[in-house]
Design a protein. Structure first.
Length: 446
């Protein structure tokens, strides 16, 4: 067998293993032939992009799905190169060691239900370990709610021990995260029926994956897992802040309420996790209950409570719970006595008065979210100075809840407002995007 200019990697393996020139199976004929027709260059100066090639593979139809999956597994290469007495690698669109990724992309873009049907057969409970892992990756590439139930099924086949290894845990987590990110509304509905029969081992992976999505639609999953208790509930509670802080503008007080509901748990681990979660999410409504944990019998809990208090208050404060409660009562009394006057200052048509009110709020961090919501009403003002003052104030208040209110200003005809809004969005979200409303809207809405 002659091969012109062999390349390193998979191409060399194909030749060395004698996979070239074998007779194709009857069932494989047209399916592998179609794939071969796409991957070989139509002419010397083949200008197709990777996306073009993947689309052509998909266009071969659902009947090619079995062949693509077999090739993705690293099998069936003798059928792909069948009839080639001499393999000239220059005749192929890319080196064979890139085929693997092309097959995965094509499967991910193919008819979802047909892909799932094939994987249910090809990667059943008795299939080899690597075949089931490959199916997980394909379902992740699919990235729709159709993949959810088979992912749960495959997850259960690996067992407790295997799920502790990153080689299994990582692809499964990535696949779930992609589904939650891409198809959250449908996936959230299906979760209600699937999770009842799922093991804690698989649900632990699911919780970590859901946290990566930052999609508010899957918040009920966290509430349910925390309610179940045990190590699974603790993991969900510890993961909850990561979930929320990816996009806090998508959430109301519900996540904070979930965490705060466990501040009085009988399990000290839950009290500690709840304190950290409340502090990180800035759920100031639970401030008084956090103070009580300073006197907890477990040092880990009292330390977590102190960290949460100092995080929400933004400064160091007295040591004892009594002194903290006195400080908190003073803050609430000040708020109740000065709120209306300060809001009047925010709604003044005088940018200087607005600035004075904002400086007062900067010194009272417990009430920054309320101030930010009031200040956001200025963003549609026709007064350039007031809009710029509002944008600057929202940036300094660091309340991420108003991020959606800033997005529409990125398309402002006023150059100063447009630049200021884009800068504020970048500071509040940590994202670096151009001053393009569609780009920011896609980021904010997920």
């Amino acid at each position: 067998m002659l091969v012109n200019r062999p390349k390193a990697g998979l191409a060399a393996v194909i030749v060395a293993a004698g996979l070239v020139g074998s007779s194709p199976t009857e069932a494989a004929g047209s399916d592998f032939g179609g794939v071969r027709g796409v991957l070989k260059k139509a002419y010397a100066a083949d200008s197709r992009t990777e996306d073009d090639v993947v689309r052509e593979l998909v266009s071969l139809g659902p009947g090619t799905i079995p062949a693509l999956f077999e090739l993705y597994l690293g099998e069936g290469w003798e059928d792909l190169f069948a009839g080639e007495e001499e393999v000239d690698l220059e005749e192929w669109w890319c080196p064979p060691d890139r085929f693997h990724e092309l097959f995965l992309q094509a499967l991910g873009r193919s008819h979802a239900k047909r892909v799932v049907e094939h994987l249910d057969e090809a990667a059943d409970d008795e299939a080899p370990h690597e075949t089931r892992l490959a199916a997980v990756r394909v379902l992740g590439a699919l990235g729709t709610a159709d993949a959810l139930e088979p992912l749960f099924r495959l997850g259960e086949t690996f067992g407790t021990l295997a799920l502790r290894y990153r080689s299994v845990q990582s692809p499964l987590e990535n696949a779930f995260a992609t589904v939650f990110t891409n198809d959250a509304p449908v996936a959230a509905r299906e979760l209600r029926e699937i999770t009842d029969d799922a093991s804690d081992d698989v649900l632990t992976v699911v919780a970590t994956a859901a946290a990566r999505s930052g999609r508010s639609e899957v918040l009920p999953l966290f509430a349910e897992l925390v309610r179940r208790g045990g190590d699974l509930g603790l993991h969900a509670l510890e993961t909850l802040p990561e979930f929320v802080m990816r996009a806090p503008w998508r959430f109301d007080d519900a996540p904070g309420d979930i965490a705060a509901g466990h501040l009085a748990s009988e399990d000290w681990r839950y009290r500690r996790a709840a304190a950290f979660a409340v502090g990180r999410m800035g759920h100031t409504e639970a401030f008084g209950r956090i103070v009580l944990l300073l006197d907890d019998d477990h040092q880990a809990v009292s330390s977590a409570a102190r960290w949460a208090l100092e995080t929400m208050a933004s400064v160091d404060h007295p040591e004892t719970s009594t002194e903290w409660l006195d400080w908190y009562d003073d803050q609430v009394a000040w708020w109740n006595g000065n709120r209306d006057e300060l809001f009047d200052g925010l709604h003044s048509q005088d940018a200087h008065a607005v600035g004075n009110a904002l400086r007062t709020f900067f010194a009272r961090p417990l009430f920054r979210d309320e101030a930010a919501r009031e200040l956001a009403s200025y963003l549609d003002s026709s007064d350039e100075a007031l809009v710029l003052a509002a944008i600057h104030g929202l940036q300094e208040l660091r309340s991420k809840h108003v991020v959606p209110d800033l997005v529409w200003l990125v398309d402002s005809r006023n150059d100063r407002i447009r630049k200021a809004a884009n800068q504020a969005l970048g500071r509040l979200t940590g994202a670096e995007l151009p001053a393009d409303r569609n780009a920011w809207r896609a980021f904010v809405e997920g």
